[in-house]
Design a protein around this ligand. Structure first.
Ligand SMILES: [Zn+2]
Ligand SMILES: [Zn+2]
Length: 297
């Protein structure tokens, strides 16, 4: 217990979970690398949501400043009634098929909203897309925002009515959203030579049911050292990782300085051992070797 506590007070040189303006972070990729450098970090991974658009700039800035930057991603996936995030490290992000899937993930919600509005318009219930986007604000656009505007326009008397009669599953204006399962994302990361890691696992309520399936699909790591996790939670995840032969990784998930003071104040505010980087690198090298010169050619 005392030992674990000391670990958390040590200054981390590693942060493997960071966002930039390429998704919903506040810092540009260069600014993020500079900020990480200012806080004494030596190795970071840039892991934007469903986008690798910040990687080139981050890698360049890293070269300039002598900071190791691992090309990464954080993919959004769906399980019933929840979202699961899959991190990917050392991905061949230029892969065109991979980029096509990322684009669909990024645009999926907006596309779907537009398709539902088209269906509603055909039914004589036109809704302005601008107003739906406005109601959604910073958040990702979803059916509740459409329902809210339907109430505003006086088409229905409640959100429940909007779902029951129009946009609920099985209702006439319902459109399925482009979705990946966590297992799909793990497979995709492996296909582009990357190392899939389950992000913030303590948030996954069905962790114990999900984990064996993800491992079967090629999961190699568990984000055990996550900002805000208690020493007991970290310890439990380290045991779980060890039991399954997974590499424990970690990071702050820094997006911006949260005015409420709840989130991480800067990259590196979570202790992550060098051992995580060393093991990830060794495995990435081994898998690449197998791909290039292995028995399957
Ligand atoms: Zn996440
Ligand atoms: Zn994140």
């Amino acid at each position: 217990m005392g030992g674990t506590h000391q670990l958390h007070e040590r200054c981390s040189k590693v942060d493997l979970h960071l966002h930039t303006t390429a998704s919903d972070g506040a810092l540009t990729p260069s600014e993020l690398v500079l900020e990480a450098k200012a806080h004494g970090l030596e190795c970071i991974a840039v892991t934007d949501h469903d986008s690798t658009n910040g990687l080139e700039e981050a890698l360049e800035e890293g070269q300039k400043l002598g900071m190791q930057v691992i090309p990464g991603i954080e993919m959004s996936t769906d399980i019933p009634r929840a979202e699961v995030h899959i991190l990917g490290y050392f991905i061949r992000y230029q892969d065109e098929t991979f980029q096509g899937i990322l684009k669909q993930l990024r645009e999926g919600r907006r596309d779907r909203a537009e398709k539902m509005l088209a269906k509603l318009a055909e039914m004589g219930l036109p809704l302005p897309l601008d107003r739906v986007l406005e109601v959604a604000g910073q958040g990702s656009i979803g059916r509740p925002h459409i329902a809210e505007v339907m109430v505003e326009m006086g088409y229905v008397s409640s959100m429940v009515e909007a779902f029951t009669n129009y946009i609920g599953r099985n209702a006439p204006a319902y459109v399925e959203r482009y979705k990946l399962t966590p297992t799909d994302a793990v497979g995709l990361v492996r296909q582009v030579g990357g190392l899939p890691v389950l992000a913030h696992p303590a948030e996954v309520l069905t962790l114990y049911q999900l984990l064996p399936r993800l491992i079967e699909a090629g999961l190699v790591g568990l984000e055990a050292y996550y900002f805000g996790y208690s020493p007991e939670t970290v310890e439990g995840l380290l045991v779980l990782a060890d039991e399954h032969g997974l590499i424990p990784t970690g990071g702050t998930d820094f997006h911006r300085v949260d005015p409420s003071g709840h989130g991480p104040r800067h990259p590196g505010e979570t202790w992550v051992p060098w051992e995580s980087v060393r093991r990830l690198k060794a495995l990435a090298t081994r898998l690449q070797g197998e791909r290039v010169g292995g028995p399957e050619g």
